[in-house]
Ligand binder design. Sequence first.
Ligand SMILES: NC(=O)c1ccc[n+]([C@@H]2O[C@H](COP(=O)([O-])OP(=O)(O)OC[C@H]3O[C@@H](n4cnc5c(N)ncnc54)[C@H](O)[C@@H]3O)[C@@H](O)[C@H]2O)c1
Length: 259
Amino acid sequence: MDLNLKDKVIIVTGGSKGIGLGIVESLIREEAIPVIITRNKASVDEVIEVFKTQGTNITYALAELTDPEQCKNAVQSVVDKHGRIDGLVNNAGVNDGVGLESGDYEGFMSSLKRNVVHYYLMAHYALPELKKSKGAIVNIGSKTADTGQGGTSGYAASNGGRNALTREWAVELLPYSIRVNALIVAECYTPLYEKWISTFPDKEEKLAAITKNIPLENRMTSAEEIGDTVAFLLSSKSSHTTGQLLYVDGGYTHLDRSI
Ligand SMILES: NC(=O)c1ccc[n+]([C@@H]2O[C@H](COP(=O)([O-])OP(=O)(O)OC[C@H]3O[C@@H](n4cnc5c(N)ncnc54)[C@H](O)[C@@H]3O)[C@@H](O)[C@H]2O)c1
């Protein structure tokens, strides 16, 4: 299916690794122009070099997204370079383990800044351009907002916030025909996931215990599967879909535990 995303300028935060990279690759297949925003120069340089040798139209801006000024400058640099923004994918974040017992005020507030405050800032700064293009926003979220995880209050609260902001912005942006949806992830093997699973004494055993409970095909979701669904949500093929939380998780969050 042609998603009509050719030459659309789409910002993807955290797009040089993991799920963000999967989204960027899907957008490239659709001939869109992804713009990666990340703080990670080494990984973005590597990614850009590979894509450029393939003749792909892709750019990036460096920003530490916990810094509001850097969010603003990153968006401005996209506008300076491309003259438009057609879509925003808020994706960067980290499951940072700030728990109720293990954490404190500063840790909790920092976790919100790492995981949800920049979602707001990026949408806020991109909005004037999204209004002109009648663009779309996709917020990446985590099942922890529904299921909890234990020991990660800041991340869970942020994911609850990501879901609430999806509905809130879908309503606020109706007059501009800007659609806002969330894609909720459960288990996708990425550098972030690798770091988390490595905190368990027997990583392989823990991994096997998780994947056996993923109803559809007892396997993790791939970044490509997430990327393709994000591309669909950004595209005019989903032109009457807004305010939705879409779980791309092989049924992990909602299907019967006993199956
Ligand atoms: N991997 C999973 O199973 C899973 C499950 C649920 C939700 N998610 C969500 O998916 C998103 C991406 O996760 P991932 O697993 O691909 O992570 P990842 O760590 O593999 O990649 C994230 C990228 O974002 C960048 N980044 C993170 N914080 C940043 C900041 N403050 N400023 C600039 N760049 C920043 C990192 O440098 C990295 O390049 C996260 O928001 C996470 O909550 C992932």
